[in-house]
Design a binder for this molecule. Structure first.
Ligand code: HEC
Length: 107
């Protein structure tokens, strides 16, 4: 009981530390997948795709939260193709890209 609680606490602290140091590996992974699969539309706003880092375009979308955005990106949403048109991307890949996209709104 006690050990499990300590382990959870330690894990939580580790994750916080990683985030605080800006070294969350999921963001690096997300950037790689983004560059290869999503940038073509999300860098310039093709078909109205929200441009990465553009707070105005992302505002109401980001407000839906990470998990809703991920499910829209997985299933497809309006003119956004399912998994950005690459069915070989995993749910985790998509989740990492959305983390990356949201992280670009912080600066
Ligand atoms: C062919 C162009 C295209 C590609 C490639 C693309 N997107 Fe999109 N994306 C769009 C468009 C257009 C929208 C706006 C859809 C709408 O609101 O009708 C969008 C919207 C989104 C949204 C916001 C959904 C919401 O709920 O508002 C997310 C998240 C997203 N894309 C993630 C991704 C990810 C992750 C990838 C790469 C795996 C990707 N997109 C690749 C065109 C693209």
């Amino acid at each position: 009981m006690m050990i499990a609680r300590c382990a959870r606490l330690l894990l939580g602290m580790l994750i916080l530390l990683l985030i605080a140091c800006g070294k969350d590996p999921r963001l690096d992974e997300g950037l790689k997948v983004f560059t290869a699969n999503c940038k073509v539309c999300h860098a310039q706003g093709i078909n109205g795709a929200p441009i990465v880092g553009n707070k105005k375009m992302w505002g109401p979308r980001a407000a839906q939260g990470h998990s809703v955005l991920v499910s829209h990106a997985i299933s497809g949403y309006g003119l956004m193709p399912a998994r950005g048109g690459n069915p070989s991307l995993s749910d985790e890949d998509i989740s990492n890209v959305v983390l990356y996209m949201l992280s670009q709104l912080d600066n």
